[in-house]
Design a protein around this ligand. Structure first.
Ligand SMILES: Nc1ncnc2c1ncn2[C@@H]1O[C@H](COP(=O)(O)OP(=O)(O)OP(=O)(O)O)[C@@H](O)[C@H]1O
Length: 700
């Protein structure tokens, strides 16, 4: 085993034959769609020339988004300065952009704003339709394109939005230089909706944005959605506090809901970095924690509740001295922003409560990964939280890389049923990119691994070891994530691979598996070690597929094919984030996957098309033609259950053949039988215990 080769895998730049290997891993322009020529209708007199290709580091960056002829154009600092966003900022430093400028920036960055029709209007329309037409009406409503103001540079936070100097400083300290597309579009709308939309809402049913907007954002994985909701949330909390002159009072004003504990903690950490010195307190909700609510009369604690078991886990730094809840001795945690998973907060709001607990000061409900949070899995929990937020000016924002029209309709229906004021609040949708079912920023590979598990293991081992890697496989740099279908498969794949790296390279500490059956502490420790680069291969389930931001992940391996196209988008989106080029996503498939492989192949084909790849470079046409169309019922079944042949007793992953496995089972049986016999002999004092006849011995 060549240790040096293994150790150098995480850093090497140009070795290997595949294009992935030649891609540099330095941070590039975080704007995904930064084609300066796209959408330019009229030439500006003072327009700067386009940046020339750079050859100084010997490896040109690949711009997957540029038109084909620009594919080799390097992303130099000058190129960043020449993006339409930055140019527009240079032209009009702090004034409003005129509509033509807005349209140009929207076109070149592939942003699309839509005012979704007012709720009552839409519902009335759906009700009127005959059954057959209902579906059509749901998806095809009266949608109006919008051209709101855009934030072309973070400098505008000061010049136009009067944001706190400390917040701006913290943004700069994190190294954020120019806003990504989703930030460029959403920040003005969420920070000063009335100004951002001035003049654009005219004639639309008396809709005004004076009191904020509801917002749906669909933007690629790793495109900076977290910052897009954290900055406006913090800014409005600071602004309101300044208005009422209560700088140090924490009154819970925003709730951020995320589907997993890992994501909730990541968001809270990001928030804390931005909040340094601003006085805004952001807390990740934990079991046993108490927050101020209205109607918080609780049943006396009988000591058997699961909440009480976790008292010790509540860190004291989150507890406000003196703020005790009368019905309990637990301290009440005071925060401005709470980040939580849905069930945890809902349990707190509803469990052991004599009267309904509400969150009267919450003005902003943020659903990160909103599509899954409004999916049946979490829907009732999220709607329960939503109902508890009783402030009249509550605004909902919903963020994801994927969002079906069913989610849009659900949000509209919910907003309509909860509307309190007579003038409707605008619901605005922002879409970044052409299609949400594409990840053009990375290299995709589909690999047929033969008919059984052993083929997959063999291929995975080849990818782990550069010295045996075959020409037909991409050269993947560590670290990488490996996704499997279930917890059982994560555990057994980990067992198979844990001694893959030699002791000199760290041995079994380099590979770990993370899934929901581990304790919270174990999960946190694995995440920390993976972030720190101590773990090189992390085997996981769909628990980690959404939102998690590991900056250094160079590759994603779908050991098991994902259960939907959205799952594919989110899984592979763990690499190639924030403009980092060179991420590779490899998906293994066997004959069991062929019936539904089209779901994944279509996403890959679309991604390659958006990336400007030619048909020779992308998926072979014969494969696309050969794959059967996936029926709706099969899609549903796959999403709910995964691939049938990887469930139950077949979930185990092993490199052994069926014959070897049987032999091993028999050997284990023999050892167990022998131990039992010995035990019987010592307890009964005679040879040949009564149950000997039940053991049939080794077959072979
Ligand atoms: N303006 C910016 N400039 C550079 N990097 C940025 C910028 N904004 C965010 N990032 C970085 O981009 C990465 C991805 O951001 P984030 O996690 O918010 O993505 P996301 O859109 O929420 O992705 P996902 O859909 O996977 O949840 C983070 O590492 C973040 O620090």
């Amino acid at each position: 085993m060549d240790i040096l080769k293994i150790l150098s895998r995480g850093t090497k730049k140009g070795a290997g034959k595949s294009s992935a290997a030649t891609l540099p891993q330095k941070p590039t322009n975080p704007q995904l769609y930064h084609d300066p020529t796209r959408g330019v209708k009229r030439k500006r007199a003072n327009e700067a020339p386009l940046a020339q290709p750079s050859t100084d580091d010997g490896a040109d960056d690949v711009d997957f988004f540029a038109p084909k002829e620009n594919k080799k154009q390097a992303i130099t600092p000058e190129a960043i300065e020449n993006t339409p966003a930055v140019q527009a900022e240079n032209l009009v430093p702090s004034a409003q952009l005129d509509e033509e400028d807005v349209r140009q920036v929207l076109r070149s960055h592939r942003l699309k704003f839509t005012l979704l029709s007012s709720h009552e209007e839409k519902l009335a329309k759906i009700k009127k339709c005959k059954k057959k037409e209902k579906i059509k009406a749901k998806t095809k409503d009266t949608k109006q394109p919008l051209f709101p103001q855009l934030m072309t540079s973070f400098n505008e936070l000061k010049s136009k939005y009067n944001a706190s100097a400390r917040l701006i400083e913290n943004i700069a300290k994190q190294g954020y230089r120019i806003p990504t597309e989703v930030q460029l579009g959403s920040l003005p709308l969420l920070m000063q909706p009335e100004t951002a939309l001035a003049g654009t809402l005219g004639g639309t049913n008396n809709i005004t944005a004076d009191e904020g907007v509801h917002f749906l954002a669909v933007a690629p994985t790793g495109s900076g959605k977290t910052l897009s909701f954290l900055i406006p949330t913090m800014n409005s909390i600071m602004r309101r506090r300044a208005e009422i002159g209560q700088q140090n009072e924490h009154s819970l004003e925003a709730i951020i809901v995320a589907p997993t504990r890992e994501l909730a903690h990541q968001i809270a950490n990001e928030g804390r970095k931005l909040a340094v010195g601003t006085g805004v307190k952001i807390v990740a909700f934990k079991k046993g924690m108490r927050i101020p609510v209205e109607g918080q009369e609780v049943e006396p604690d009988d000591g058997n509740s699961s909440d009480s078991e976790d008292d010790a886990s509540v860190p004291s730094e989150d507890e406000a001295p003196g703020g005790t809840d009368k019905a309990s001795s637990r301290p009440v945690t005071r925060a401005d922003i709470l980040v939580t998973t849905p069930l945890l907060l809902l349990n707190f709001l509803t469990k052991r409560a004599r009267s309904k607990r509400t969150l009267p000061n919450v003005r902003s409900l943020i659903l990160d990964e909103g599509d899954v949070l409004l999916d049946p899995l979490f829907r009732d929990q999220v709607l329960g939280i939503w109902t508890s937020c009783t402030h009249e000016l509550l605004r909902l924002t919903c963020w994801s890389a994927t969002m079906g029209s069913n989610i849009e309709t659900l949000v509209m229906e919910q907003l309509a049923s909860r509307q309190v004021s007579s003038s409707p609040v605008p619901l605005i949708r922002l879409v970044v990119g052409l299609k949400d079912t594409a990840v053009p920023s990375i290299n995709h590979r589909l690999i047929f691994t033969g008919d059984n598990e052993r083929g997959k293991l063999f291929t995975l081992r080849q990818l782990l070891h550069p010295n045996v890697a075959s020409d037909s496989l991409p050269d993947m740099r560590l670290p990488f994530l490996v996704f499997v279908q279930s917890i059982e498969r994560a555990v057994s794949l980990h067992d198979e691979l844990k001694f893959e790296f030699p002791v000199e390279a760290g041995g079994s500490t380099r590979i770990a598996s993370l899934h929901s059956s581990l304790s919270d502490a174990a999960r946190s420790s694995i995440i920390t070690r993976f972030r720190a680069g101590e773990i090189w291969v992390l085997i996981t389930t769909d628990l980690l597929m959404r939102g998690i931001d590991f900056r250094g992940v160079n590759g994603v391996i779908n050991y098991d094919v994902p259960a939907s196209s959205a799952a594919y988008v989110h899984r592979v989106g763990r690499t190639g984030r924030a403009g980092h080029e060179g991420g590779v996503a490899v998906t293994f498939y066997t004959k069991e996957d062929v019936p539904h492989l089209a779901l994944i192949a279509n996403v890959i084909a679309l991604s390659e098309k958006q990336a400007g790849k030619s048909s020779e470079e992308g998926l072979p046409k014969w494969l696309m033609d050969a794959l059967p169309k996936v029926r709706k019922e099969d899609k549903k079944k796959l999403k709910e259950r995964g691939v049938e042949s990887r469930r139950g007793s077949k979930a185990q992953i092993s490199s052994k053949s069926a014959w070897e496995k049987k032999r091993e089972d028999n050997r284990k049986g023999a050892i167990a039988g022998s131990k039992k016999r010995k035990l019987d002999e010592t307890t009964t004092g005679r040879a040949g215990g009564g149950q000997d006849s039940e053991w049939s011995g080794i077959d072979d």
